[in-house]
Design a protein around this ligand. Structure first.
Ligand code: FE2
Length: 359
C-alpha cells in the first residue's frame, strides 16, 4: 500500500511577515462569516503581541496554559470553552501563536469542533472523519514541527499514553514563519525545542520505514540543525530563521521516529516533562543506539552552553519505573523502526529502566 501524503497548503516565510497576517485573514473573513479563534501560549498574556494582531471585537481569544503538555482533559476543556462562545457559528479561521503545545491544542480543538465526542476518541490514526475549520500556524518557538505535521499530540493520563490525533484533517492550512517572533525565547528552551527537529529527522533517516521524499526533507533539516547548533550562536538572526525552516521541513518528515521519542514519551507521561527536554534526556542514554548522533548532540550542548542536570529519576519508586517502562514500550512502530520486530528482546524492562536510572 502506498501512502497518499498531504502537505501544508500555504506558507509564508520571512522576517516581518507577520505584518501580512491581516491580508491572509481578510480572505478567510470573506469566505466564512464566523469569528476567528486565536490561541496564544499563556506566555503572551501580558505581551504586546495580541495588540499587534488584526483581532476584531467578535473574535475569540484563548490563552493556552503550557505549563504542562496538552492532555485529553485540557483539550476537552478548551473545546467546551470555544464551543460555548461560538454558539453554533463556524469560525472563519483558528490561529495558533506558540510552540508545539499551543499549536497542537489548536489542531485538536479544531478537530473536535467538527467531530462529536472527546479528545480521547481521536487518539490514533485516521479516526477524524470531518474536516476541521481553516487553521493558521504562527510558530513563536521552533523545533517540534507541529506547524507542518499531521498530528496533534495529547497525553492521556487515564491510559498512561502520549498519542496524537494523526489525520490529514489535523494539519494546518496555512503557516506563517516570522523569525522576529523567536527573538525572546530563553536560550535553554530554544535549544531543547529546536533540537526536536534534529531528533525527528535522524530517527527517521536511520529507521526502516522510509521513502525518498522523507529522506530528502530529513537530510536537509539535519544539515540545517548541525549548522545552527554547531555554530557559535544558535540564536543569531540568521540561525533563528534557519531553525524555522528546519522545523518546517522536519514536521513534514515526522511520523517515522525511532527509539528517542518513545523514551521521551515515558518521561512526559510520568514526570510531566516537556517534549524537547525529555528528548534530550532520552538521547543522553542511547549512545549505543545512535552513537554518531549522540556524539554530535553532546558537542552541540557544549557549544551552546546548555546544561542537562542529572539525577532526574533518582527518587522514583519501583512503581514509577514500571510506569516509565510501560509508557515507553507501548510505542511499537517507532521502536521496531529502529530495533526491528523483536525490539522487546533489546528493550527489556531491565534495559529500559536501567537507562532511566542513568538520566
Ligand atoms: Fe518530537
Amino acid at each position: 500500500m502506498f501512502r497518499n501524503a498531504k502537505n501544508v497548503g500555504y506558507y509564508m516565510i520571512g522576517k516581518g511577515s507577520l505584518a501580512q497576517l491581516d491580508e491572509i485573514l481578510a480572505k478567510r473573513r470573506e469566505a466564512v462569516k464566523g469569528p476567528a479563534v486565536f490561541f496564544f501560549d499563556h506566555f503572551f498574556t501580558n505581551s504586546d503581541l495580541p495588540k499587534r494582531l488584526p483581532i476584531k471585537a467578535e473574535d475569540i481569544t484563548v490563552f493556552v496554559d503550557t505549563t504542562d503538555e496538552p492532555t485529553t482533559q485540557s483539550v476537552d476543556t478548551y473545546t467546551a470553552q470555544v464551543k460555548a462562545i461560538l454558539a453554533g457559528k463556524s469560525p472563519c479561521a483558528m490561529l495558533a501563536f506558540g510552540g508545539g503545545s499551543t499549536m497542537d491544542t489548536c489542531k485538536c480543538v479544531g478537530n473536535l469542533l467538527t467531530n462529536a465526542g472527546c479528545a480521547a476518541d481521536y487518539q490514533g490514526w485516521e479516526l477524524v472523519k470531518h474536516p476541521a475549520p481553516y487553521k493558521i500556524a504562527v510558530p513563536t518557538l521552533s523545533g517540534t514541527g507541529s506547524e507542518t505535521s499531521r498530528t496533534g499530540i495529547v497525553c492521556n493520563e487515564e491510559k498512561n499514553i502520549k498519542l496524537g490525533m494523526n489525520s490529514d484533517f489535523t494539519m494546518f492550512d496555512q503557516v506563517l514563519l516570522d523569525p522576529d517572533l523567536t527573538k525572546t525565547v530563553p536560550r535553554n528552551q530554544f535549544f531543547y525545542t529546536g533540537i526536536d527537529t534534529y531528533m525527528h529527522c535522524f530517527e527517521s533517516i536511520t529507521g526502516s520505514y522510509r521513502n525518498s521524499v522523507v529522506d530528502a526533507l530529513s537530510e536537509k533539516a539535519i544539515d540545517l540543525c548541525k549548522r545552527i547548533f554547531l555554530s557559535s550562536d544558535m540564536m543569531s538572526d540568521e540561525n533563528r530563521e534557519l531553525l524555522m525552516i528546519a522545523s518546517f521541513l522536519g514536521g513534514m518528515a515526522a511520523g517515522f521516529v525511532g527509539t528517542v521519542h518513545p523514551i521521551s514519551a515515558g518521561l512526559s507521561m510520568v514526570l510531566h516533562m516537556h517534549h524537547g527536554l525529555a528528548n534530550c534526556y532520552a538521547l543522553s542514554v542511547q549512545e549505543d543506539i545512535y552513537p554518531n548522533e549522540y556524539r554530535d548532540f553532546m558537542t552541540m550542548m557544549e557549544r551552546q552552553k546548555i546544561d542537562l542536570p542529572s539525577g532526574i529519576c533518582a527518587h522514583l519508586t519501583p512503581a514509577q519505573f514500571d510506569q516509565l517502562y510501560d509508557a515507553s514500550i507501548v510505542h511499537e512502530k517507532p521502536l521496531s523502526n529502529r530495533l526491528g520486530e523483536n525490539y522487546r528482546e533489546i528493550f527489556t524492562r531491565e534495559n529500559v529502566i536501567g537507562r532511566f536510572k542513568r538520566m
